[in-house]
Design a binder for this molecule. Structure first.
Ligand code: PLP
Length: 396
């Protein structure tokens, strides 16, 4: 089937977080490019499978079918060369929900968890809401590209015996791979270096790979756990069909946990999770089995959107700088040149450019002066948003 991603789908008055939660922005004339879901329809095989399931009028407790486990095992092998065992898969009600469970399962209050800001902000909440401390290993940025700072990371693990004394209590590191918001797809070398540090320091590596199939640059995604068998045992990988196939509202995802002991502990910590959401299971299986035709067309469209967006800003709004994503459909834009503080920039984007974006500072240190755009929308909307932004910058 040929998908037309240029079609505009009205999402207003559909209880859409992105389009209807306007209280947050205080006005309703904004173009919404914040929350990471897509203004596109889902793959047709997913819609068909959901309709068929909905037709059968019993919605009682259920469990994930064997065919779903098989679809996941096959896809991870086919797409990432990762041979997993069916038993390693544990379902969760969304990736963020799974991250909360992981922190709860493997830490005591006061323990430290490392994140690499600017990064997807619910990581901070999952750590703090479980009584742990966030430890920042800031990404390095040379003005063009972000990288991980391995030297600083090594330093975090070292006790400091002179004043002020510090005895590290680092239990885990939460990696965003590909990285939201900066769009990096981490290379094998980078993941190897990170894995070595984690193994050496007995630190669990929690790898959020929800964007792992959204490749919009020239590089391929490497699943962190495929770096070595040792790292496979030292990591928990979170995955989902929700970003790739636009199914976030079904709140279904899974963790792959090869370490038997950790898997048992994780399962215990999924407080209140019983049978899962069978619409979510149905959609996940249909997407993984029959969604590739959709995905290949989607990636072409997203790549063209990234190019359109980048070219427009480079040519017409050169005071801004796009950090071109390698993965995700999110663009991270450096607006520090406008010389505004965080609140001035927030107000400028909302009141003058009339856009609903994600403010960079929410992603933690290093995000100040940046804005995150969601490019998963029809190109004409992207163009309208860019015209608003261009005019607002010209009027400064
Ligand atoms: C890196 C990352 N992890 C997790 C999520 C949310 O996942 P879920 O809706 O499954 O909790 C997002 C959504 O934007 C994300 O970007």
């Amino acid at each position: 089937m040929l998908y037309n991603f240029d079609d505009i789908i009205n999402r207003k008055n559909t209880n859409s977080m992105k389009w209807d939660n306007i209280k947050l922005f205080g006005r309703d004339d904004l173009i919404n490019m914040w929350v990471a879901d897509m203004d596109f329809p889902c793959p047709e095989p997913v819609v068909k499978a959901l309709k068929e399931r909905a037709e059968y009028p019993v919605y009682g407790y259920s469990f994930p079918p064997d065919s779903l486990y098989e679809a996941i095992v096959e896809r991870l092998d086919r797409n990432f060369g990762w041979e997993i065992k069916k038993e390693w898969i544990v379902f969760t009600a969304g990736v963020v929900n799974g991250l909360y469970s992981a922190v709860r399962a493997f830490t005591y209050p006061g323990d430290e968890v490392v994140v690499q800001p600017p990064v997807y902000y619910p990581f901070f909440n999952a750590i703090k809401d479980n009584g742990c401390q966030v430890l920042h290993n800031h990404l390095a940025f040379d003005g063009e590209r972000y990288t991980m700072d391995f030297n600083k990371l090594e330093e975090l693990f070292k006790p400091i015996t002179s004043f002020p004394v510090r005895m590290p209590r680092i239990k885990m590191l939460i990696l965003c791979s590909p990285h939201n918001p900066v769009g990096r797809v981490w290379s094998k070398e980078e993941l190897t270096a990170l894995g070595e540090i984690c193994i050496k320091n007995n630190c669990m590596l929690i790898s959020d790979e929800i964007h792992g199939e959204l490749m919009v640059g020239d590089v391929k995604h490497t699943v962190t756990a495929t770096i070595s068998q040792e790292l496979e045992q030292q990591s928990i990988t979170f995955m989902s069909a929700s970003k790739t196939f636009n199914l976030a509202g079904l709140a279904t995802s899974f963790a792959v946990i090869p370490n038997d002991h950790w898997r048992r502990e994780f399962i215990k910590s999924r407080a209140g999770y019983n049978s899962g959401n069978f619409f979510g299971f149905t959609a996940l299986e249909a997407a993984f089995r029959y969604g590739d035709e959709y995905l290949s067309q989607l990636l072409l469209y997203l790549r063209a959107n990234v190019k359109f967006f980048t070219d427009y800003i480079n040519n017409k709004i050169p005071r801004l700088k796009v950090i071109k994503p390698e993965g995700t459909y999110l663009a991270w834009v450096d607006m520090r040149n406008l010389g505004m503080n965080t609140l001035e920039l927030q107000d400028f984007i909302r009141s003058k450019a009339r856009l609903a974006l994600d403010d960079g500072y929410a992603f933690g240190p290093g995000g100040e002066g940046f804005q995150r755009f969601n490019l998963a929308c029809p190109r004409i909307i992207l163009q309208q948003a860019l015209e608003r932004l261009e005019q607002a910058v010209e009027e400064l």
